[in-house]
Write a protein that binds this ligand. Structure first.
Ligand SMILES: Nc1ncnc2c1ncn2[C@@H]1O[C@H](COP(=O)(O)OP(=O)(O)OP(=O)(O)O)[C@@H](O)[C@H]1O
Ligand SMILES: [Mg+2]
Length: 239
């Protein structure tokens, strides 16, 4: 019965846009800014995140990210992330797309390739097999890679220590492997990925994202400009 969830139209109605990248690139912030921008232009938006986005997904997120005292094998981590995704696709993403909403998702399948594959060294083919099972063919129309040197991303995250999680605390070399894996993924599928320089101000990054969405999804005139100036200090909490 899930067969029908694949192959949703690529037009703005039901467009599926994901935010990817290493820690602290501004994914959570920029997803919220794009949601505001699209909604102002009259597009119904659904914002969601991984791991999480559903009742069972948020429970899995708590196990994965919040419990510093629990040892989790890389394979277990990959399966839990992917299990949360299977629920997320069926309960949230596919229905929202079918209802014509623009779905903005903070992390998706490529986070598993970058973190559990590139970062932890798990086999990419095995990861791809479980992703196919979990997503039943649901694929983003546009993948935004918010790229920046990992030191800068971790510096931003550490400015907000209350939100640091188990994976943030991994070693620097791990985060560098994650970033390199993302850049390889983007090079391998340039039509689907837009690499965004995340080092700029929040406004500059938001403008680059608006341009990418307009150019790649053909949303000419869909997004209002100029966008209201944004201040980091008053911004939404990161996740
Ligand atoms: N362009 C920017 N310049 C400076 N600081 C920024 C910028 N974008 C976001 N920040 C700040 O950096 C921190 C991390 O941003 P955010 O949580 O949006 O990143 P993220 O990519 O979602 O991180 P994570 O991968 O850890 O979820 C936040 O405190 C945020 O306010
Ligand atoms: Mg985030």
């Amino acid at each position: 019965m899930w067969r029908s969830i694949a192959g949703v139209s690529n037009s703005l109605n039901g467009a599926f846009i994901v935010f990817e990248g290493p820690e602290g690139g501004g994914k959570s912030l920029q997803a919220q800014l794009l949601a505001v921008s699209l909604e102002r232009a009259g597009h119904p938006v659904l914002m969601t995140r991984e791991p999480g986005g559903t009742g069972v997904g948020e429970a899995i997120r708590a196990v994965l990210l919040e419990r510093g005292d629990v040892a989790i094998a890389a394979e277990t981590e990959a399966l839990l992330m992917t299990a949360a995704r299977a629920q997320h696709v069926r309960e949230v993403i596919a229905p929202a797309r079918a209802a014509g909403r623009v779905v903005l998702c903070d992390r998706f399948v490529d986070s598993t390739y970058a973190y559990q594959g590139g970062g932890r060294g798990l086999d990419g083919e095995a990861l791809a097999t479980i992703q196919r099972f979990a997503t039943a063919g649901v694929e983003p129309d546009l993948k935004l890679l918010l790229d920046l040197p990992v030191e800068e991303g971790l510096r931003r995250r550490q400015a907000d220590p209350e939100t640091l999680n188990r994976i943030d605390r991994d070693e620097l070399a791990f985060h560098q492997r994650v970033r390199e894996a993302y850049l390889r993924l983007a090079r391998g599928d340039p039509d689907r990925w837009a690499v965004i320089d995340a080092l700029g101000s929040p406004d500059a990054v938001a403008r680059a994202i608006d341009t990418a969405v307009r150019d790649r999804l053909g949303l000419h005139g869909a997004i209002q400009a100029p966008r209201a100036p944004y201040s980091v200090a008053s911004g939404p909490a990161s996740s």
